[in-house]
Design a protein around this ligand. Sequence first.
Ligand code: ADP
Ligand code: MG
Length: 699
Amino acid sequence: MNNLLETPIEYLKGVGPARGELLRKELGIHKYADLLSLFPNRYIDRTRYYRINELINNGSEVQVVGKVIHLKTVGEKRTRLVATFTDGTGDMELVWFQGQKWIRENIKLNQPYVIFGKTTAFNGVFNMAHPEMEPLAEHEASLRSAMQPVYPSTEKLTQRGITNKVMSKMMQQLFMETQALFSEALPQPLINELSLLPKNVALFNIHFPKSQDLLTKAQFRLKFEELFFIQLQLITKNLIRKHKIKGHPFGSVGSYFTDFYQNHLPFELTNAQKRVLKEIRNDLGQPAQMNRLLQGDVGSGKTIVALMCMLLALDNGFQACLMAPTEILANQHYLGLSELAEPLGINIKILTGSTKTAERKIIHEALQSGELHIIIGTHALLEDKVQFANLGLAIIDEQHRFGVEQRSKLWRKNDIPPHVLVMTATPIPRTLAMSLYGDLDISVIDELPPGRKPIQTVHRYDSNRLKVWKFLKDEIALGRQVYIVYPLIQESEKMDYKDLMDGYESISRDFPLPQYSVSIVHGKMKPAEKDSEMTRFAANKTNIMVATTVIEVGVNVPNASVMVIESAERFGLSQLHQLRGRVGRGADQSYCILMTGEKLSNDTKTRIETMCRTNDGFEIAEVDLKLRGPGDIMGTQQSGVLNLQIADIVKDKEILTLARQYAIALLKADPGMIAPENTALRNAYIEMTKKKNIWNYIS
Ligand code: ADP
Ligand code: MG
């Protein structure tokens, strides 16, 4: 029966070459199977019939049973056909602008019809333009049920007469020709365990739902199947990578690590840090390349984990590198790591765009000879001139700023690729991570170091600025420092700079010298100028830092305890959260103040409300995902990955989790899917990987 599904679509009765061409072009439907998996976007509830005297003028879609008692053509040049339709409780008008001749010839007066469509009222008379119309008897006999599917369509398709009704008819034809016998792909034990509908029943009810209950079950079954196959693919790839891509096993824990752990840890590690280190150490001990994502909210303490991983590399005779997206951040890492590693006598250097030529040369040589153990840097590390003696571990901070291509460039610096640890403070919602990075291992630091006071976040309108300024003065009087951040969005750059400079001027007026001093940092300044301003602020020589989102990534000034975000309505949720993470790094109570105008869209209200409610980056990421959809979050490049047929990554995360869990269990028990009960599964899997190996470029 499956062979039949390979039949080109034009052979389906009622399709033919012209419509076949349209279906191919507009919806990518080439054969029966493609049509079968064109799932409805939504369903119209046609269980309810309306009486004409109970219609209300709200533009909703209604269904009425009645008879056409009169038919006339109205108008001179551009005529329309108007039918008087009655059901005994009142009259309404049906109107056609197109296809008048056909309607006139085919419509039967005084016969019961079911009509369906949107009504509007004009001069107290309801009318329905181009109603869907069907003789009552035919309507009752059809496969179609009360839950009427609405299929994806395009303007062209409707123009050329392939309406939703036509689509439904084609689907009906497909089910008749195939006798609705579709072979099962999921293993029977799995179907039993989860009480899934059999494939046949599920497909039937997705297109012709017999009841809401069966529709729900059909949707569940098909979503599960879709996500299950994706997970099978991701997990299989991960297993293959672990077998095939060789890596340097860091077999021993040596003196650097032990010395540091026993004698120089500046604080006790949190349980989350310990757990993550264990996960990473376990990976590093294997003769396969590690490819791990380390997620941890701002301030969760990723740096020390990074250092300890690098020490493991050193202990095993390898070099390590850490790459950061900006010079400021690279510097900060350099300072932090040098300080931590100081007592160990390790050779650490930094390489960025502004490293002087002479110094650069020394670094290049030291890296090549192996004399230099750890290098911190920016994109400058990716240059061809940078060659390592034996790079064993590459750590990448703030992964979303580096393209995939750049990452793999780092790998290619050796025959055997280094282990890769990608650190990100942008918490990717677990569901999304599971579907996008399912073939990457993921570690999460989900606990902040002890003693931190949660940041208090409030929303203030611009009209309350005086009170906010008063608050800032009180905090400054207590010795604290303040960030005031302005949005800088590319397209409106000029305006934004004006806002920033105006803001800076008025702040300088409101916080005058000599009592106060105000710094400013923005993207148009030279790196050296920027750095010197940042350094002044970090050394507590200025009270207020006025900035654009330049400071978004990484800056660490523990004494800064207030973050004011201007025009907060213009920032996305994850950006707001990142910015807020600049404060709350010391022992003091910290605050984040979101300034906005009076008029806010609903989405903005949700963003602001979410920020005020929670500090949990994962919760925020989930809300962000709901507001923006997965494509926006991961960037357009990856959004194609999320082109799912029926499941929805945001709405169906429980099903995704379930699918992943069962996929892992199945592959654990039967990695090659060779057990007899998995034969159909394996065949379907092979078919799918032939068609849709879209995951290649992710890691
Ligand atoms: P992020 O994850 O944002 O990179 P950092 O590594 O910069 O976070 O750590 C933030 C701050 O918390 C640093 O000042 C660091 O020294 C401190 N820190 C990290 N881990 C701990 C811990 N276990 N106990 C106390 N302080 C810690
Ligand atoms: Mg960091």
